[in-house]
Design a protein around this ligand. Structure first.
Ligand SMILES: *Cc1c(COP(=O)(O)O)cnc(C)c1O
Length: 361
C-alpha cells in the first residue's frame, strides 16, 4: 500500500484498501472458477451469490425487510431522475420536489419534462446554504410523492431530520450519503444512490423500493424504464454491471466487518468533527459556507480568505499527498469529501496539514 495518497475525491471516490486488495487477489481466478468475475456470466451461481449477498446486506444495514425490493441497475443516479416521474407521476397528477442544490435542481428539471411539479421548498434564495425545516415545506395533499436529496454534494448541506409526509410517499436521492449513518430507512418509499461515492465504483445504482409504492406504477412504460421489469427479474432482465455489483458487495461486507452502520456512523461523525473543528477554531481563515444546522457530514465546504490561498492549498495539498480538495467548479473554494472509503486517519492528517497551512499563511 505504498504510494497511496489520501483521497478526498468527490466521486468516484476512495474505496477501502482492504476491498481493493481483495479485488486484486481474486481478479484472475474468482473462487477457484479458473476465471475472473469479469469474465463470468451474470446467470452463473457465482454472480447470483453476489447479487443475493448484496441485497441481503443492504436490507440488514437498513433494517428493512421483505416489504422492500433492492435493485442494482445501470445508468447512474441521473437516470433515476427520469425513472421516478415516468413510473410514479400519473397523468394529470403532481409530484412535489424540494430544491436544495445542483442535483436536486436537476431532478426537478427532469420531472418537469414528464409531468406537473410542485416546488415544496427551495433554498435557492440563500444560494443553497441551508436545508429547509420540515415546517417550511409546502406539500400538496394530493402529491404523488415528495422528492428530496438527503445530502447536497456540491453545496455541502445535509438533511438531519426528515419530513413526516404521512400518506405521501417519500423519495430520496441518497447518492452521496447512503450507508454513512443510521436512519429510519423504512420511512422512505424509494431510495436511490449512484454507488460511486459511498458504496463502490461507478456503474451501478442502488434502488430501494417499497412494494406498496411499486403497485402505483404507471401502466404501459417502455420495458427498460419500468421498475417492474427489474424487480421481476431481480435486476437480471439484461446484463447488470457485474464488476460494479461485485465491488459493491465487497464494500458492504467491509461495512459488516466494521460492525455495521452504527459503527460506521461513529467514524463518520469523528471525521466530520475533525474538519468542522478547524472551521469553528479558525472561522476567519477557514470559512464554512453553510448554515451550522445544515452541515453535511460527507462534504465539508469552505472558503479561504482569497482564491489565491485556496489554489495554494489545493496545490500544496496534492504535493503532500492529499488529493481532491478542490471545490466543485460551479462554487469554487475547498471541499473535503469524507465518504465511507475515507479512513479516519485521512481526516486527521488533512486537518493537521490544513492547520499548518493556516499558520504558514
Ligand atoms: C453524484 C450525484 C448524482 C449523480 O450521479 P450519477 O451516478 O453520476 O448520475 C446525483 N445526485 C447526487 C446527490 C449526487 O451526489
Amino acid at each position: 500500500m505504498q504510494n497511496r495518497v489520501f483521497n478526498f475525491n468527490p466521486g468516484p471516490s476512495a474505496l477501502p484498501a482492504a476491498v481493493l486488495n481483495q479485488i486484486q487477489e481474486e481478479l484472475l481466478n474468482y473462487k477457484s472458477t479458473g476465471m475472473s468475475i469479469l469474465e463470468t456470466s451474470h446467470r452463473s451461481p457465482e454472480y447470483e451469490g453476489i447479487n443475493d449477498s448484496a441485497i441481503a446486506l443492504c436490507k440488514e444495514f437498513m433494517g428493512i425487510g421483505d416489504e422492500f425490493h433492492v435493485l442494482f441497475v445501470g445508468g447512474g443516479a441521473s437516470t433515476q431522475f427520469d425513472y421516478i416521474p415516468l413510473n410514479f407521476l400519473p397523468v394529470g397528477g403532481t409530484a412535489a420536489y424540494v430544491d436544495t442544490g445542483t442535483w436536486a435542481s436537476k431532478a426537478v428539471k427532469e420531472a418537469e419534462k414528464i409531468g406537473n411539479v410542485h416546488l415544496a421548498g427551495s433554498s435557492k434564495d440563500l444560494d443553497y446554504t441551508y436545508i429547509l425545516s420540515t415546517s417550511e415545506l409546502d406539500i400538496p395533499e394530493d402529491s404523488a410523492y415528495l422528492h428530496i436529496t438527503s445530502n447536497n454534494t456540491i453545496k455541502g448541506t445535509q438533511w438531519h431530520s426528515f419530513p413526516d409526509t404521512e400518506n405521501i410517499p417519500l423519495v430520496c436521492d441518497m447518492s452521496s450519503d447512503i450507508c454513512s449513518r443510521n436512519l429510519n430507512f423504512s420511512r422512505f418509499s424509494l431510495i436511490y444512490a449512484g454507488a460511486q461515492k459511498n458504496l463502490g465504483p461507478s456503474g451501478v445504482t442502488v434502488v430501494i423500493l417499497r412494494k406498496d409504492f411499486l403497485e402505483k406504477c404507471n401502466p404501459d412504460l417502455p420495458t427498460m424504464f419500468d421498475y417492474r421489469t427489474h424487480v421481476n427479474k431481480k435486476s437480471l432482465f439484461n446484463t447488470p454491471p457485474v464488476f460494479a455489483v461485485y465491488t459493491l458487495n465487497l464494500v458492504l461486507k467491509w461495512i459488516k466487518n466494521l460492525g455495521g452502520l452504527g459503527e460506521l456512523e461513529k467514524i463518520t461523525k469523528a471525521k466530520k468533527d475533525i474538519i468542522y473543528n478547524l472551521i469553528d477554531t479558525y472561522p476567519d481563515f477557514f470559512r464554512g459556507t453553510v448554515r451550522e444546522d445544515s452541515r453535511s457530514w460527507m462534504n465539508v465546504t469552505l472558503r479561504l480568505p482569497s482564491e489565491e490561498l485556496e489554489q495554494k492549498l489545493v496545490v500544496k495539498g496534492k504535493e503532500s499527498g492529499f488529493v481532491g480538495l478542490k471545490g466543485h467548479r460551479s462554487v469554487g473554494g475547498i471541499r473535503v469529501s469524507l465518504y465511507n472509503g475515507v479512513p479516519l486517519e485521512a481526516a486527521e492528517k488533512v486537518a493537521e496539514f490544513m492547520e499548518d497551512f493556516k499558520k504558514a499563511n
